[in-house]
Design a protein around this ligand. Structure first.
Ligand code: RI2
Length: 286
């Protein structure tokens, strides 16, 4: 897919999940390189940077996107060749990066699956391919547990999680977001993905994560975040907390005189998490 199509699909939530959008961006840059007709190294690199910028800004709260674009461009800039050899070498470098991103996902779900215990009731939020991947891996290893998915208004990404887990034959219950505190006393572990891990360790994730964390703390339920290191804000630049169109909440309803605020992400302090799960393993406590 072209850079424009991928950037549009990310903005319109047709491509969602922080690591999925990072991989989609890397693949879009690969496609761009294939079709690029630049005649000189400088022209090639400046076109690649311009395409990268279009992708990097598509989901402001997910730092994996600019991180993936930057990693891609830095890899290509480090190749000391002119055209046309640079194009071939850049394609190889891009393939390597895509493979690395996918490998880190697989390593994470393998290591993270060890956190899951037999008999647990696990509460998850939104759709994190990392969390659902980790749970499916634990199930495949023979662990038996149940999952509660929040609906995750307004885009209802929790439906995706529930469907995916049920298709894997994992016993799954869907609840509305406002039921989180009510179901929490029966939960053994809460787990969420991340859009960005800020330099101070706080976690940017789908709206509702903060409320879930507060409820988990109140009821003494351990909460984990599962995230690839590509989502770390290593430079400390921070991210914008994205607001999306009111229509996502209103769904055609008319409420004259009512201001609608569709905040999409929130920030949860690191102290709310029992541990962080990355491709490096499980780190209990911060
Ligand atoms: P993976 C999603 O947001 C959710 O907030 C989810 O927790 C996070 O991405 C991580 O997803 P969005 O980017 O990378 O779809 O684990 O809006 O798939």
């Amino acid at each position: 897919m072209s850079v424009e199509s991928v950037a549009r699909d990310i903005k319109e939530m047709k491509i969602q999940g922080a690591v999925t959008i990072a991989i989609a961006a890397e693949e879009a840059l690969e496609e761009f390189i294939k079709s690029c007709q630049a005649g000189s190294r400088d022209d090639f690199l400046s076109q690649l940077r311009a395409e990268g910028r279009k992708l990097a800004e598509a989901r402001p709260s997910a730092i994996a996107l600019p991180n993936a674009v930057r990693a891609f461009i830095e890899k290509v800039e480090a190749i000391n060749l002119g055209m046309p050899d640079l194009k071939e070498a850049a394609l190889l470098a891009g393939k390597e990066l895509i493979a690395d991103t996918k490998d880190s996902f697989n390593e994470l779900i393998e290591k993270g699956s060890e956190v899951v215990r037999d008999g647990q009731l696990i509460l998850i939020h939104c759709h994190s391919s990392t969390v659902t991947g980790l749970l499916k891996k634990a199930w495949d290893k023979g662990k038996r547990f149940k999952v509660i998915c929040t609906e995750t208004r307004p885009s209802k990404q929790g439906f995706l999680s529930a469907k995916e887990l049920a298709e894997h034959e994992i016993p799954t219950t869907l609840v509305v977001d406002s039921a989180v505190a009510s179901v929490m006393p029966g939960v053994d572990m809460a787990m969420v993905g991340a859009d960005t891990v800020l330099k101070n360790g706080d976690v940017v994730n789908k709206i509702g994560t903060l409320g879930l964390a507060l409820a988990a703390k109140e009821f003494g339920v351990p909460m984990y975040v599962a995230t690839q290191r590509i989502k770390f804000d290593t430079e400390g630049k921070g991210v914008d907390i994205e607001s999306r169109p009111a229509e996502e909440i209103l769904e055609g309803a008319e409420l004259p005189g009512v201001e609608v605020e569709n905040l999409v992400f929130d920030i949860t302090k690191k102290v709310y998490f029992r541990g962080i799960i990355t491709e490096g393993g499980v780190r209990q406590k911060w």
